[in-house]
Design a protein around this ligand. Structure first.
Ligand code: CDV
Length: 315
């Protein structure tokens, strides 16, 4: 049975602080419909797709940020996205801020199948930024203040929720910069990794870092992650000028060879698609990245035994 999928990215233009959830959901629904009309089986939305990137705003009392979080998913606001997915027969990946019944806060994403059911949940592991106001930075990035590190690991789901059997994984934004993210899913035979991102065009700690270099790092990590683990990668940006803070676009779909299959052209709401054959992941997995034959775990201990880098003994 062929395992072809039409994979879509729904890149979001900026979502301003003043924008209502309703207006933002309207935009996501328009893109879901557009993608479905073009034959999409699955649509990848971005990180924190329902709101502005609120971790750039400091609040002494974090309770002031409560309104950015979803306490259930779906909920009365988002139900219509799930209903539309079921009506159109298209799955999706969605990032949002999660508050649990126990009061924990996570930067979360879900996989929803073609019948509108959640089949997987992931909570962002690699939280960038800082927990306290940092006057040295040109702007704040307070993910470590508002979220806890994810507690679900990097699961991979074997599912036919998008219409064909596939091994599906997720991560979120900064996770893509860490090879461990991709490798842990690679070790579970992942075939498609979906992720969303909000990446500022400026480095808040290095004003002279160019946007070109930052875009290069985006492509570098996504393409390396795909190639080194023989998996498709689909990455959706939230981009453009959000309340005076610019974020770059370049949402893309990457093949298991590491090649780019589709890239967005704008910094606005934009849908791009690629037809993919999940069996194209097989060659890398049985050749250069046949982990069972080639990995040498006896030399990898430091990766899980140690967090920070230490200098070598001097000779
Ligand atoms: N939302 C993010 O995780 N953004 C980070 C920034 C802070 C570098 C990223 O890795 O794109």
């Amino acid at each position: 049975m062929p395992r072809t999928l039409t994979l879509a990215i729904a890149q979001s233009g900026p979502v301003q602080k003043a924008d209502s959830r309703e207006a933002t959901l309207d935009r996501l629904c328009v893109m879901l419909r557009d993608a479905a009309q073009q034959g999409a089986d699955v649509v990848v939305f971005t990180e924190l797709a329902l709101t502005t990137f609120f971790p750039r705003w400091y609040a002494e009392d974090r309770a002031e940020m409560a309104h950015w979080f979803e306490t259930a998913m779906p909920n009365p606001n988002t139900q219509r996205l799930f209903d539309l997915a079921r009506e159109l027969g298209v799955g999706f990946y969605l990032g949002y801020a999660e508050q649990t019944p126990q009061g924990q806060h996570f930067n979360t994403s879900i996989i929803v199948d073609k019948t509108g059911n959640i089949i997987g949940k992931y909570r962002k592991v690699h939280l960038p930024g800082h927990a306290d106001f940092d006057p040295e930075r040109s702007f704040q990035h307070l993910e470590k203040r508002y979220f806890e590190p994810g507690d679900l690991g990097f699961p991979v789901w074997a599912s036919d929720g998008f219409g064909v059997p596939a091994n599906l994984g997720m991560c979120i934004c900064n996770d893509r910069r860490w090879p461990e993210t991709f490798r842990v899913m690679g070790l579970q035979s992942v075939e498609l990794i979906m992720l969303g991102y909000n990446t500022p065009s400026q480095n808040s700690q290095a004003a002279d870092e160019s946007i070109e270099l930052r875009k290069f790092h985006n492509r570098l990590t996504l393409q390396a992650g795909a190639y080194q683990n023989a998996t498709f990668v689909a990455a959706a940006a939230k981009c453009g000028n959000e309340d005076g803070h610019h974020m770059f676009a370049e949402s893309c779909i990457v093949a298991p060879t590491g090649e780019l299959l589709a890239v967005t052209k704008t910094e606005e709401d934009e849908v791009i698609l690629a037809q993919i054959d999940l069996d194209d992941t097989a060659f890398g997995k049985v050749s250069v990245f046949d982990f069972a034959r080639h990995r040498r775990i006896e030399h990898y201990g430091l990766i899980t035994e140690q967090t920070g880098a230490t200098p070598p003994k001097s000779i």
